[in-house]
Ligand binder design. Structure first.
Ligand SMILES: NC(=O)c1ccc[n+]([C@@H]2O[C@H](COP(=O)([O-])OP(=O)(O)OC[C@H]3O[C@@H](n4cnc5c(N)ncnc54)[C@H](OP(=O)(O)O)[C@@H]3O)[C@@H](O)[C@H]2O)c1
Length: 209
């Protein structure tokens, strides 16, 4: 169990992080709102190490990745104990609406707040780490070896042990995780105003060289 990453949400980002966790040699339990039987193709594509589970299966892992739309977070996490659990918040405050087949993305007003704090408030006791929200899912899921270096992924949050565990997950998959600081620092990762969203960074050479 200690080697397991639970993923809540099996869409673009959930699948990208699942790929990363498999690449890092972790066991993955991935869940959506429709149940494990709907994820047969998804886990087959992920390969060895990945399985579909219920929400409870995924939420029981020592590291839980929250990869649901912003307006579903409350529903997805309500009424559970998150005490001490490491939760990776990949969300952005966006809403996708499809009108006559035409998709449109709009911002959700968060009143100038740090979005990670809004998510953390819904997960009492959880050790929340912001990560994986600044790149499009397809890019996040790519091989992190790029341009002769390693793709950078930013982590932030108030719990150092939780950040280290999440950083190891990404590092073991070939990324270079960089700790930005506490939860307030996650504003740098935040959509729409942060400086990091949409930008791809690569560290060339090894740190300390
Ligand atoms: N797409 C990107 O490139 C990207 C980039 C950075 C950050 N993000 C952020 O990542 C999050 C996920 O985005 P996405 O594009 O991956 O969304 P998506 O493709 O629409 O997938 C959302 C997933 O969440 C599941 N879900 C919804 N409500 C749930 C609930 N109550 N309990 C359990 N699972 C639930 C859905 O399951 P069902 O299908 O069964 O309903 C689906 O598997 C969003 O907050 C988004 O802002 C996305």
């Amino acid at each position: 169990v200690s080697n397991t990453v639970g993923i809540i949400g099996a869409g673009n980002i959930g699948q990208a992080i699942a790929k990363i966790a498999v690449r890092a040699g972790r066991q993955v339990v991935i869940a959506n709102s429709r149940g494990p039987e709907s994820l047969t193709d998804v886990v087959a594509a992920l390969g060895d190490g990945a399985s579909a589970g219920t929400f409870d299966d995924a939420a029981a892992a020592p590291i839980v990745v929250l990869a649901v739309p912003w307006d579903r977070v409350g529903d997805a996490v309500a009424g559970r104990s998150w005490d001490g659990r490491i939760v990776v918040d990949t969300t952005n405050p966006l809403k996708l609406t499809i009108t006559d087949g035409v998709p449109e993305v709009s911002m959700i007003d968060v009143g100038g707040r740090v979005t990670t704090e809004i998510v953390a408030e819904q997960l009492p006791g959880a050790r929340v780490v912001k990560a994986g929200n600044t790149l499009p899912a397809a890019r996040l899921g790519e091989d992190p070896s790029q341009e002769g270096g390693r793709r950078i992924i930013f982590v932030s949050g108030d719990d150092d042990e939780a950040k280290a565990a999440v950083a190891s997950l990404f590092d073991d998959a070939g990324f270079r995780a960089i700790d930005l600081g506490d939860v307030a620092a996650s504003r740098l990762q935040q959509v729409p105003d942060g400086v990091f969203p949409g930008r791809t960074f690569v560290e060339v050479g090894e740190a300390g060289e």
